[in-house]
Design a protein around this ligand. Structure first.
Ligand SMILES: [Zn+2]
Length: 132
């Protein structure tokens, strides 16, 4: 299906606005490119396809943010973590719907979406993680 879409971060966020988490996958060696790139970073093939990622994963590491940009000030303190999605790639993102002190490495998280377009930059829809 997806080869008509460019392998860019803009396209990644267009998929997010459709509540889909997508990565570019190399058809030659299977490497997942996230953020997407027009060429495989491992074998330099440009024979890629978009694949939908699993929306569940485990938390690898996280940090709690106490000082943030204006856009997220109302959410302080909030946690940002890196989540390994199923057998797929690692993805950084905000962790919501849980108290920061209840977050622990290894916990199961799932992806959710906030498709409201913010009025200030970056004017992209967001994905975030929440306990599953
Ligand atoms: Zn490759």
């Amino acid at each position: 299906m997806a080869e008509k879409y460019p392998f860019t971060i803009e396209q990644f966020y267009k998929f997010v606005s459709e509540r889909k988490l997508m990565a570019a996958k190399c058809k030659k060696c299977g490497t997942m490119l996230l953020p997407p790139r027009p060429m495989c970073t491992k074998c330099f093939s440009s024979d890629l396809e978009w694949v939908e990622l699993k929306n569940k994963g485990k938390l690898l590491t996280y940090t709690v943010i106490h000082v943030s940009s204006k856009q997220f000030e109302s959410l302080i303190p909030y946690a940002v973590g890196i989540v390994k999605l199923g057998d797929g790639p690692k993805l950084p993102g905000m962790i919501q719907d849980v108290e920061p002190e209840k977050i622990s490495v290894g916990m199961s998280l799932e992806v959710d979406f906030d498709t409201t377009i913010p009025s200030e930059w970056p004017t992209w829809p967001r994905y975030f993680f929440k306990p599953s």
